[in-house]
Design a protein. Structure first.
Length: 276
């Protein structure tokens, strides 16, 4: 198996377990609140995972008792200072719009990573944390997890992905209720409404289950896994006819005969040695 030395980040803890990259938000003393460095490093990390052949699956989690407390409110003061340096209103507005687009790109890197991304959630998942996990392909949580769209409570419109991605996961009417009220959703309700795939009785049980799932996916043909993720994403945003046409073109061009023959020839329970 190929080995890789993962990059080192200030606000993320990154480790490899075989072909699975575990990415942990690493500001536990701040409940993993998202400062400017964390926003930027998320994009850098997922672009690295996308490009690194040895990585086949990514697990996104949080160090400490909480997954993510949302945006670090200290960022707002810094943004106000930077806006004040612009010479007039139009230029301040243009700069701020560009900054929002940059933050959107930081989190969209999670969704755009070709490798499946699994969110493992414990404790609070608030505001920007919801933006983050809705960009993942799968979400699992431990008992005691709480979810809330808190932007409404600080007088702003959620603007980095929740209002765009969450309606593709749960009922639009329920999205409106949660986004306009800012109320908490506990682990049981999150499972019931489909915000998470499954909840577990403890953090340890969740980590074990997510690890088993990630390793299971990592044993499949990497090319087939990446293609399947691409088809699911494309089908979400396009018509059935368009999606069928796309998958026909994809398989005509990128179906690996070698991977298919290895998978077919493998004995039950055996994991073929696929190329990265």
């Amino acid at each position: 198996m190929n080995t890789v030395n993962p990059p080192v980040f200030e606000t993320l803890a990154l480790r490899m377990e075989q072909h699975v990259a575990w990415v942990a938000l690493n500001r536990p003393d701040k409940a993993n609140a998202m400062n400017e460095t964390l926003w930027a490093e998320l994009q850098q990390c997922f672009e690295w995972a996308d490009a690194e052949p040895c990585v086949r699956v990514v697990v996104l989690c949080g160090e400490g008792k909480n997954f993510c407390a949302g945006i670090d409110l200290g960022m707002f003061a810094g943004l106000a200072d930077l806006m004040a340096q612009k010479p007039e209103l139009g230029r301040r507005i243009e700069w701020f719009r560009r900054h929002i687009k940059m933050l959107q790109a930081n989190l969209s890197a999670i969704e755009q990573c070709r490798k499946p991304v699994i969110a493992a959630i414990q404790g609070n998942c608030v505001g920007g944390g919801i933006d983050m996990v809705t960009a993942c392909d799968m979400r699992f949580c431990a008992e005691g997890a709480n979810f809330s769209i808190k932007e409404i409570d600080i007088g702003i419109v959620a603007d980095v992905g929740t209002l765009q991605r969450l309606p593709k996961l749960i009922s639009p009417g329920l999205v409106s209720e949660l986004a306009l009220s800012g109320r908490n959703v506990d682990a049981a309700e999150a499972e019931r409404i489909g915000l998470v795939n499954r909840r577990y009785n403890s953090y340890e049980e969740m980590v074990d289950a997510v690890s088993e799932l990630a390793q299971n996916i990592a044993r499949k043909s990497p090319l087939a896994v990446r293609g399947t993720k691409e088809m699911i994403r494309y089908s979400r945003d396009h018509s059935v006819d368009d999606a069928l046409n796309y998958v026909a073109t994809w398989n005509a061009g990128m179906l690996s005969q070698e991977d298919a023959m290895l998978a077919i020839a493998a004995a039950p329970g055996e994991s073929p040695d696929f190329k990265d």
